[in-house]
Write a protein that binds this ligand. Structure first.
Ligand SMILES: Cc1ncc(COP(=O)(O)O)c(C=O)c1O
Length: 386
């Protein structure tokens, strides 16, 4: 009997989650491991958000909610999307869904077999499997260190074919921390408008920006009708475990995403949604505190990396990743394996994020400053021995 569907069998396990198993084994064996591979804030969810969710539980808010989300949360998302991101939307354009599931559903709702979807290379590890699960074809758009890995319109033009259906953009970016400029966004919008493409805008790191500004592509002329914006609570409010986010899209697309939600997860967790309302409406100050701390860590890590012989790193303007280059005759996987074996320091090879990530390593600085200092010291020592 053929047990497994073709659709899933060639999809790889997440390389990032595999490393977790290696770390667990080392820790079990008694080794002290310094992990800088983590894609989540090390802060706890702010208290006012926790208290609101606790109160909702106490009040018996433990039943199914409307599939698209509780009205006050959809309204809060629509308000910030309109006021802060300048996206011309209302609550009817919002569905509350876990961020990653929102990306998955957006692709399922729009991509037919054989449709080409342009993705940044290096780019987040789940785009490609999500496209394959929709039987679409991922097409890499190379991005480069000299441009701080921005997805340049001219590189998108080179990847464009008559089968192109969608461009995925991610700013600030995982794994590089790069932030697209207003001109980049305008150039990408022009391509989408001229060639009748959809855009899937992954804005999950939107609030974590140190220099420059975030621009939502859905706010550009003619773009709302062709853009699906996905965002969430995980990174800005340190709420990764809550599994809560949202999709903003034109009604025709949103209705299809809503069908996927109805026939799969039904709705997001009821009391988590109440916490989401508190996050969006009562959080002045707490994001700034986290971002200021991340900025100090970024400078510590980037300066530290650049002081190590044969390593170099541009100063990323957003997210909490430094994407550094190494100048040794090794693959990025050999490099990170070496550093893990010799120094018990966990980093992520750039090649996990695409061909253009080869020769680079992702260092997540979502960790306390003393741990970062210790990690950099060990890295300098083990690199000096190569
Ligand atoms: C670029 C990017 N998009 C989406 C997500 C998914 O976010 P969530 O955990 O809220 O589903 C992540 C998480 O690491 C990410 O890095």
């Amino acid at each position: 009997m053929k047990k497994i569907a073709n659709r899933i069998k060639d999809v790889e396990f997440s390389a990032l989650l595999k490393v977790g198993e290696v770390i667990a084994k080392l820790k079990q064996a008694g080794s002290e491991v310094l992990a800088f591979n983590i894609g989540e804030p090390d802060f706890n969810t702010p208290q006012h958000i926790i208290k609101t969710a606790q109160q909702a539980l106490q009040d018996g808010f433990t039943h199914y909610t409307a599939s698209r989300g509780i009205p006050e949360l959809r309204e809060a998302v629509a308000k910030i999307s309109k006021d802060e991101n300048k996206i011309p939307c209302g609550p009817e354009n919002v569905i509350i869904t876990p961020t990653k599931f929102g990306l998955y559903s957006a692709i399922q709702a729009t991509i037919d077999p054989g449709d080409e979807v342009m993705v940044p290379d290096p780019g987040w590890v789940s785009y490609e499997p999500m496209i394959k699960l929709a039987e679409g074809k991922p097409v890499n758009v190379p991005t480069h260190n000299e441009d701080e890995f921005r997805m340049l319109p001219e590189n998108v033009m080179e990847a464009l074919t008559h089968r192109s259906k969608m461009i995925i953009i991610n700013t600030p970016s995982n794994p590089t921390g790069t932030v697209f400029t207003k001109d980049d966004i305008k150039g990408l919008a022009d391509i989408a408008n001229d060639h009748d493409l959809l855009v899937l805008a992954d804005e999950i790191y939107e609030k974590i920006i140190y220099e420059g500004e975030h621009y939502s592509i859905a706010a550009e002329d003619g773009m709302f009708e062709r853009t699906i914006t996905v965002n969430g609570f995980s990174k800005a409010y340190a709420m990764t475990g809550w599994r809560l986010g949202w999709v903003v899209a034109p009604k025709d697309i949103l209705d299809q995403v809503a069908k996927l939600q109805q026939h799969s997860i039904t709705c997001c967790t009821s009391f988590a949604q109440k916490g989401g309302v508190a996050a969006l409406t009562e959080s002045s100050g707490c994001i700034d505190d986290m971002v200021n701390e991340f900025k100090a860590r970024r400078d510590l890590v980037v300066d530290g990396l650049n002081e190590i012989d044969r390593l170099s790193c541009f100063r990323p303007k957003g997210a909490f990743y430094a994407f550094f280059r190494f100048d040794f005759e090794m693959t990025s996987e050999q490099f990170t394996n070496y550093v893990l074996e010799k120094g018990k320091v966990v980093l992520t090879p750039g090649s996990a994020f695409g061909k253009c990530g080869e020769g680079f390593v992702r260092f997540s600085y979502a960790a306390a400053q003393d741990k970062l200092e210790k990690g950099l010291k060990i890295l300098a020592e083990v690199v000096a021995q190569i």
